[in-house]
Design a binder for this molecule. Sequence first.
Ligand code: SF4
Length: 312
Amino acid sequence: MGNPPQTGQPGWYYRLSSFFRDKFGEPVYKIPLDAGFSCPNRDGTTGHTGCIYCYNPSFTPFGRDQNFISITEQIQSGKKKNDRVNYLAYFQAYTNTYAPPEQLKKLYDEALNDSEVIGLSIATRPDCISTEILNLLENYACRCHLWIEYGLQSAHDQTLARINRGHSAASFADAVKLTRGRGIYICAHIILGLPEETPAMMLETIDFLNRCRVDGVKFHHLQVIRNTPLAEHHAMGQITVYKKFGDYIPILCDCLERLSSNIIVHRLASQVTSKEFLITPHWPESAGQIAYAVERELKKRGTWQGYRRNGI
Ligand code: SF4
């Protein structure tokens, strides 16, 4: 059942901002980067069309569809215009371990060259990791703060096939096993509301994350983005989304109740770089309002993160 939040404690769920405050004594911000990588699910190695919901410019501010600029320039332009701040260089676009280790090293070193960048966050696929790359990352983890973010989306192989992920849940579990014990923090990305997924299936994905003992999770709600296969399914009337954010809060809170209390919540819902990319759902609420609604709902229920964790 975990422990109830106390006054002065992080809150009803374990926020990334609380983790950073405890670890560094001050806030840490992520600067999203596009390092020019490709993706095996797009270049024909695993698939040609990508995951059915994916259109990278919709979530990467420095998307290469605009003018591509260097890592150093992206970091400079992503900084907040105030006092000295700590940053993580967030290698976000496409698959950020999909290159030979020497090429990866050059890019990661360029990011860490900035004195305000205290670490890296590297988003990738679970089938794009190797002992060689993990050895490289382990070296970074000895001298800076390092997260690896593995896309899972669902623990159900039939869903993964439906959304054309090109890997299985077992491949995610293997990647986590290979990564653990190297000083690297592991975050999983999941999507709530995927086609044909029931609430029970989503909760099973949470149980799976608990069993894998990841350190963090990013929740996304299903969004239909222009220029994606999902948009075509939507046009044919095959896709249901959480129309209002109020429809999403209950399942999100169910998942938080089930999530182990020591797993850090990086994000509660999807974001888009521009509403122009988004077909549906259009929620007027900000990320802060969603966080507030989650806290209010958990308070109303008298529960908190980990309250209903299955005995694993
Ligand atoms: S979501 Fe990630 S893995 Fe899927 S197609 Fe897009 S970049 Fe590739």
